[in-house]
Design a protein. Sequence first.
Length: 358
Amino acid sequence: MSTEWFDLVSGSATGAKATLARAGLRALSVPFAAAAGLRRWLYRRGVLASRRAPVPVISVGNITVGGTGKTPLVEYLARGLIERDRKPGIVSRGYKACPGSSGDEASMLRGDLGADVAVVEDPVRHRGCLRAVEEFAADVIVLDDGFQHLALERDVDIVTVDATNAFGFGRLLPAGCLREPPRELRRADCVVVTRTDLVPAADITGLRGRLVEIAPDVLVVESTYAPRQLVGRDGEAREASDLDGARVAAFCGIGNPYAFGMTLRRQGAEVVLARRFADHHDFTRDEILSVFEEARSRSADMVVTTQKDMTRITPALMDGVDGPPLFVLRARFRVRSGEKELWGLIGRALKAPRSGRS
C-alpha cells in the first residue's frame, strides 16, 4: 500500500490529476467487487470447498487493507489462550517473507511471545495449520489475516475495525481501502473496534450503532493499543511518559501511519517530523540517513518508530548514523469493554464438537 495511493483514496491529494486518478480507481473497483463477490458466492454454494484444520481455529481479520490492529490482537489472544492452559500456534501467510526469513509481523510476534507460541508462515494456511499441530503440538490455531481466506474453516471469526477509519473511505479497492462491503461483517462472530482511545466517545457510540445496523447478531468489543515503554537499540527502556513534552521525529511504514502520529501526540509529544513509508516498506540506508539528518535539523530529542518497523531496520542500516537516539514505541493491546463476552465466545467454540472436510 503506497503512500501515493493512500493520499489519493483518502482525498489528501488534490488537483485535476488526482481527481482524474480517483475516477479511474472507481472504475477499477467494479471488476474487483464482481470478482470478490463471485468468489464468496462460490464458497457459500460449495463449488469451492473449505478445509478443516485438525484443531479449533480462531481467525483474526479485517474488511479493509492497512493496519487495523490485527497483529496486536493476535498476540493478545495467544497470551490469553496460554493463560487458559492451551497451546496456541499462530499461522499467517508470511507477507513479504523470503525463503529462510520471516515477515515483519511474524518476527514481531516471535520476539514478543518467545518460545511459548509457534509462529508458522505459509501461504497455504491449511498446510500451515498442519505444521503447527504436527511439529509444535498446537491444540488451537490463531489465524492471522484470515477473514477473506475462505479455503480454511474457522471456529471463531473475529474482525478488527479501526475506529479512526472504520470503513476505508467508503469504497472498495482500489478506489478505497475496503476489501469487502461492510455488510460482510455479518459473517463474523465478533467485531473488535480498535484504537477507540484516538477518537471522541461520540464517534465510538455512532460506530457501534452502525455496526449493530450492519450485523445485529455480532458481538462488538472495544479495545485500545496502550503505549507501555520506549526501547532503544541498546535495550535501554524508558517510560512512555517520557514522550510528554519531547520533540519527536517519527517515521513508519505501516498500514495506518496517521494513527501512529496520533498516539505519539496523545502521549504529549511534539511531533516535529513525520515521515511515512509504504506498509511493509524495506528501508534503505539513504532513507534512514535522511530521517536522522532531518531530525537533527529540527532539533528532535529522539527518533521514534514502531515495533513492526524495527524488525526491518538492520544494524547495517544504522551503522555510523548520527543523530538523536532511536527508540521503538512498545504498546500492548487492551480490551476496553466486552472482554468477558469475547472469551466466553471463544470458550464455547473450543468446547463445541467439530466437523467438516479436513
